[in-house]
Design a protein around this ligand. Structure first.
Ligand SMILES: CC(C)(COP(=O)(O)OP(=O)(O)OC[C@H]1O[C@@H](n2cnc3c(N)ncnc32)[C@H](O)[C@@H]1OP(=O)(O)O)[C@@H](O)C(=O)NCCC(=O)NCCS
Length: 174
């Protein structure tokens, strides 16, 4: 199984796969509020193809922590149902997390099946002081630090998109 970067030709196939696995109402979920202000991180957008068709996808979105540091939101992660249980989900998450770490992202948030994500190092405890812009089942909201301590004492609302530059930086750059 080969994980490849998402390219322009994959967009429509990814949307079809996500409709199939999560349903058409997926856009109503709180995690989609966190994907509104910016596109997915291009260097952290992956697919697996079989016979030229997209059969699995994983992307990460940039979010802003309450302390104005940046972090990632993992997902959506989806595997074509008839190919589930073959390790594609695990391979994509392991690859994505390793790449995120190599690209120096400090932390990753996820809303998903707790047992599945705990096996990749996510925990509810690390996300306990964070809030999301909408309702989620709290046990499903977890986080993993890629830089140890990145989420220590970080308390409050997570926002969509990359951190805005502080006013004094914008002024200095003008
Ligand atoms: C969840 C999903 C991505 C898993 O992908 P997959 O390729 O079938 O998973 P893998 O083959 O990599 O499974 C890896 C392991 O996770 C386990 N696992 C799979 N789904 C799980 C779940 N919902 N909860 C706990 N463990 C799960 C498998 O049993 C397997 O365990 P093992 O390694 O000990 O044998 C896939 O089933 C899917 O697309 N589901 C629908 C969309 C979805 O729910 N996405 C996740 C959003 S949070």
């Amino acid at each position: 199984m080969k994980i490849i970067p998402q390219g322009p030709k994959h967009g429509a196939a990814i949307e079809r796969l996500l409709d199939l696995t999560f349903g058409h109402h997926r856009h109503n979920k709180t995690v989609y509020r966190l994907r509104e202000a910016a596109p997915a991180v291009p260097s952290l957008s992956f697919v697996i193809e079989r016979d030229g068709q997209v059969v699995a996808t994983l992307r990460f979105w940039p979010v802003t922590l309450p302390n104005y540091a940046q972090a990632l939101l993992l997902g959506p992660l989806a595997v074509l149902p008839e190919l589930s249980g073959q390790g594609m989900g695990r391979a994509l998450v392991n690859h994505g997390m390793a790449e995120a770490k190599a690209q120096c992202w400090p932390a990753v948030l996820v809303v998903g099946e707790p047992a599945y994500y705990e096996s990749f190092g996510f925990s509810r405890r690390v996300a306990e002081r964070l809030r999301l812009p909408g309702w989620v089942e709290l046990p499903r909201f977890q986080a993993a630090e890629l830089i140890p301590g990145a989420l220590e004492g970080v308390d409050g609302l997570v926002k969509s998109g990359r951190p805005a530059k502080p006013a004094w930086v914008r002024k200095a750059e003008a």
